[in-house]
Design a protein around this ligand. Sequence first.
Ligand code: SF4
Length: 240
Amino acid sequence: MALVATAENVKALVDGLNFAEKVARSLRLISEAYEEYGDRLVVANSLGKDSCVVWDLAKRVNPKIAGFIVTTRFKPRETIDFMKLTVARYPELKVYKNDSEIPDRLYETNPDRCCDVLKVEPTRQAIREMNVACWVTGLRCTEGRTRTDFQEVEERDKGLVKLNPILIWHEREVWQYLALYGVPVNPLYAAGYRSLGCATCTKIANGPDERAGRWIGTSKCGGECGIHTQPLKIEVRSDR
Ligand code: SF4
C-alpha cells in the first residue's frame, strides 16, 4: 500500500490534515487494501461509533466488503438491538459469540481472562473461518493512553495485516462524519457514553480520556480488551 504513513508522521497527520483530507485518506487506504486483498479483506465491526465510520467508508469503497461482529453475553440490550438492526441491513456481517461456561463474575475477578474468552477467542474464530488476510478496525490513536502507538498498517501475526484507516481521526471528526453522512449509531451515545463495551464493565465518564469509563475499578481501567494489544497468535492461510 503506497499511502501508509511512517511512525513519525502519524502524529503530524493527526493535526496536519483537515476533516475532508482525512476522509479521502481513509477511503484510499481501504481502497488500496481492497485492491490487494480482495474478499480476504474483512471489517471488524464492534458496533461502536468508530466502527460505524469504518463500515460506512468500506461500503463506499465496495458494497461487497464483508465484516464480522464479536458480541458477548454481557452486551447492553441497546447494543444487541442495534446489532440486530445492523445485521438485518447488512447480512454480510457475521456475528461471533463464545457461549462456553466461565466462572461467575469473572469480569471482576479476572477481566483480562474474561475478555480473552469472550472477545479475543471469537475474533480468532472469525479470522480463521472467514479466511481473513487483512482485517480493518476503527482504532484511533487519539482515543486514550493505550492507543498512542498504533500504525495505520500493522502485522502482529505473520500473514495477517491489520489496517487502521481512521487511526489519525479525532473524536470530533468521527461525530462530524456520522452526522454529515447520516450514519446511525447505538442510542447509548445519546445517554452520555463515549466508549461502549459490555454493560458490566462500562460507565458514563467525563474528562479528557474517551475510554475512562471502561473497566472502572479494575486494573484494566481505561484500557483494552486485548484484541489490539497483542498478537492473536493464529495461523493464517497464505492462499490468495
Ligand atoms: S468487557 Fe467485561 S464482561 Fe466483557 S468480556 Fe471484557 S471483562 Fe468480560
